[in-house]
Design a protein around this ligand. Structure first.
Ligand code: HEC
Ligand code: HEC
Length: 404
């Protein structure tokens, strides 16, 4: 299984070389390639334009405005963009008193327990399903509890650690405050869209999801994407890292063979328990009781199988070097630490360089993966550096300015 994946990865590399020169706009199957409004960085909250005619040219433009609109949270201080900043690959770059590990809610006080993931390439995450090998795949959130982008987009409005709105009716009421939204919703959905709050709320979620499906969220233009031996776009060190990425079986989880192999997403969208420790710094502040455990996939209301305990969705590694801190709880600040964790988790006497103490134990020990040599990879320090260099080369062109 693993071997066939490795050879397929080599195939992908040569196939990508063969394809290089093709425009990446042409084969985006998931993402509609509308030419409208691809500037996704602008905060539209400041300048609500005067209503005369339709202000929003498309459902996507409406979705973009909703994504940036802070008046859709309880105290009007928080939008989706507050925790998914377009200028920072859609992560929460605020320190929040916890080195950006988790986010603050609209009240400026409530601290979450999970790290806000990048929304780049999120449109490619398949809907949650159980595959033929009885493996759970896909879904939004680290535990897949929202099947798709539409279902996901409804959650933050009502989450009491996030935008903190009391109910659907109150969200729709806020939407109705803006005449331009009302006109656009009627035009792009249904003239009677506001007859039922549920329908209007779903339309809001759909517009936001359409925005998140814009091609500019997934530009496939990192150094790794653009590399050919002729253009020498990857350094010797980065190529060594790519080699290690295959040899050390990173590809068995961070490569998806089911979708378009010429444009890998660096995740198979499955769920695994790597034995990531609790983020004690966060838990000391976010008022979770000291017996609280993040059960990952088992927290998904559709899942009761104890074998799923402590598993988290394999995240994409695209833009990874600019989306730290790492893991579902942001427990590791540096990319090198993540690699060192894979390298030495199970090695007697190994030290977490960030705490100068031995690796803390897994939050959920029973299901921790003890396979694929994870935890004891025998890498040298310079091999770790090469792997980091390769991961840095997975940064989309427009975020390379953020590289530390
Ligand atoms: C207070 C911060 C915060 C706000 C506001 C927020 N998010 Fe998130 N977002 C998060 C966190 C944290 C997660 C991960 C939570 C989890 O996995 O349980 C997340 C996860 C997601 C995901 C899943 C990505 C993946 O890889 O699984 C998407 C999509 C998303 N958010 C979109 C949105 C949208 C759209 C909005 C506005 C309606 C929004 N978020 C508002 C913090 C926030
Ligand atoms: C068995 C599947 C599996 C293998 C093999 C694997 N990973 Fe992962 N990887 C995961 C999962 C699952 C997570 C998320 C864990 C969490 O948040 O608790 C992850 C997280 C990461 C992250 C942090 C992502 C983020 O957004 O915070 C990096 C970097 C990473 N892996 C790189 C690698 C490298 C390099 C290798 C090879 C040495 C590798 N992985 C091998 C499953 C795997």
């Amino acid at each position: 299984m693993v071997f066939s994946k490795i050879s397929t990865f080599f195939f992908f590399i040569s196939f990508a070389l063969f394809l290089s020169g093709c425009s990446s706009e042409e084969n985006s199957s998931v993402i509609p390639s509308q030419k409208v409004d691809t500037n996704i960085s602008q905060d539209t909250n400041e300048t609500i334009p005067k209503p005369v005619e339709l202000v929003f040219a498309s459902k996507i433009a409406l979705g973009k405005a909703l994504f940036h609109d802070r008046s859709l949270s309880l105290t009007r201080k928080q939008s989706c963009a507050s925790c998914h900043d377009p200028l920072h690959a859609f992560i929460d770059n605020n320190d929040n008193g916890v080195n950006s590990a988790v986010s603050l809610g609209d009240d400026g006080l409530s601290l979450g327990d999970r790290n806000a993931p990048t929304l780049t390439y999120a449109a490619y995450i398949p809907s949650f399903f159980l595959d033929k090998n009885n493996t759970y795949v896909g879904g939004q959130f680290f535990d897949g509890r929202a099947s798709d982008l539409e279902q996901q987009a409804k959650a933050p409005f009502l989450n009491n650690l996030e935008m903190q709105m009391p109910n659907i009716v109150s969200v729709v009421q806020r939407v109705k405050e803006n005449q331009d939204y009302v006109l656009a919703m009627k035009k792009f959905f249904d003239v009677n869209i506001f007859d039922e709050d549920e329908l209007a709320f779903s339309a809001v979620a759909n517009a936001i999801a359409e925005f998140e499906r814009l091609p500019s969220f997934a530009s496939f233009d990192s150094k790794v994407d653009l590399y050919t031996p002729e253009n020498e776009g990857l350094s010797a060190q980065e190529l060594q890292g790519q080699d290690l990425f295959v040899k050390l079986d990173c590809v068995s989880c961070h490569l998806d063979l089911e979708t378009d192999i010429s444009r890998p997403l660096f995740t198979n969208f499955e769920y695994e328990n790597l034995g990531v420790p609790i983020n004690q710094e966060v838990r000391a502040l976010n008022k979770k009781s000291n017996v609280f455990i993040d059960h990952g996939l088992l927290d998904n209301p559709n899942i009761t199988d104890p074998l799923q305990d402590g598993r988290f969705k394999v995240p994409t590694l695209r833009n990874i070097a600019v989306t730290g801190p790492y893991m579902h709880n942001g427990v590791f600040k540096e990319l090198k630490t993540v690699i060192h964790f894979y390298n030495t988790r199970d090695v007697e006497g190994a030290i977490n360089p960030e705490t100068q103490a031995p690796w803390a134990k897994a939050e959920v020990n029973t299901t921790m993966l003890r396979d694929l040599r994870i935890g004891s990879l025998d890498m040298t320090n310079s091999e770790e550096d090469a792997l980091v260099a390769y991961l840095r080369a997975l940064t989309d062109e427009r975020y390379t300015n953020l590289l530390p």
